[in-house]
Design a protein around this ligand. Structure first.
Ligand code: C5P
Length: 324
């Protein structure tokens, strides 16, 4: 066990059971794994996997705090259906997520040297200096995607409208208000290896926004005229030379998700569409979870409902595979 504990650069325990975590936290050493873990002078990463109640148990959570305090890195667990038929956190992180964590640990992320653009958040289209047209996008999914790409070592340019969530650390942030400003910021960020267009861009702007606050008048209600905004995703997808190698668009649909998103992929000319159902009952728009369907030129893949952070990690891994 001494030799084993010294030869590797990193010790990864996958799966890490509740029992092994308890042993590690208590410093027990009565078998090969626990003696190795107690004897090692190398960093340790654990990937917990257990029943949801065992994970949520106060003892396991206490052990988790102890292990984190000892400098042990913890990957997952993920939330979802369990082998035992229950649901909740306790599923082992996916193999690719573990590989990504190991890559990130060694600082040689799979997206090192890649420049990736992410658009995020809503846009605000002014009516007058105090009023605007907006939408319910929180920017949570785009922000999570930028973070996940950064974690894999990419140089991320993050073009964001006025979102509810703070932009991630360690990325180049460009803040905009309107669709036209977003398009200009995107053009300025090119060329990039990959473009991920997660922003909920307003389809129209008010044709001549007033530079004075509109007043109530005796003559009735104001009439607003609209002009179509530039379609940023479509423009970038149809660029000839200088087009990103991979262009990913989003489709927020309230019905016939796959059919509408498949048609949208062709209409926009992008490579992939991440489609999601944003009907009011789903709680997805503005919520913490997402249920997406990834549509590529030859495949339709439904992902289980999971946290927006996990969706982002999976997408970042898929992007890294596509660039290999
Ligand atoms: O046409 P629709 O708005 O449903 O398309 C959604 C996709 O297109 C998203 O990826 C969004 O970021 C992008 N989009 C864009 N510019 C627009 C409208 C949408 O980039 N003006």
């Amino acid at each position: 066990h001494i030799q084993l504990s010294r030869v590797a650069d990193l010790v990864v325990v996958a799966p890490a059971t509740a029992d092994l975590m308890a042993k590690m936290a208590g410093g027990l050493a009565n078998d090969l794994a626990s003696t190795l873990l107690l004897a090692t002078d190398k960093p340790v990463m654990i990937v917990p996997a257990m029943n949801v109640r065992m994970w949520n148990h106060a003892a396991t959570q206490r052990n988790l705090d102890t292990l984190r305090g000892d400098g042990v890195a913890v990957i997952g667990p993920n939330e979802g259906d369990m082998a035992c038929g229950e649901y909740g956190p306790g599923r082992m992180a996916e193999p690719l997520e573990i590989v990504a964590a190991i890559d990130a640990h060694f600082g040689n992320g799979r997206l090192k040297g890649k420049r990736i653009l992410v658009t995020s958040g809503p846009t605000h289209e002014p009516i007058d200096p105090v009023r605007y047209i907006a939408n319910r996008s929180s920017g949570a999914q785009g922000t999570a995607i930028a973070s996940a790409l950064r974690d894999l070592g990419a140089d991320v340019v993050f073009v964001t409208g006025p979102a509810d969530v703070a932009p991630p650390m360690g990325v180049e942030v460009v803040r905009v208000q309107t669709a036209v400003q977003m398009q200009q910021a995107v053009e300025a960020a090119l060329p990039v290896d990959v473009g991920v267009f997660a922003a909920a861009v307003a389809d129209w702007r008010v044709t001549s926004a007033s530079d004075r606050k509109l007043k109530k008048t005796q003559d009735g209600l104001p009439v607003l005229g609209f002009t179509e905004n530039p379609d940023i995703l479509k423009t970038v997808s149809h660029m000839g030379a200088g087009r990103p190698k991979l262009v990913v668009g989003f489709a927020a649909e309230t019905n016939d998700v796959v059919a509408n998103a498949t048609a949208k992929r062709l209409r926009k000319g992008c490579d992939w569409i991440m489609a999601n159902d944003v009907s009011p009952g789903t709680g997805i728009m503005g919520g913490a979870e997402n249920a997406v369907v990834l549509i590529t030129h030859d495949n339709v893949e439904s992902w289980p409902r999971m946290g927006k952070d996990q969706v982002a990690q999976q997408l970042a891994l898929r992007i890294s595979q596509a660039l290999e």
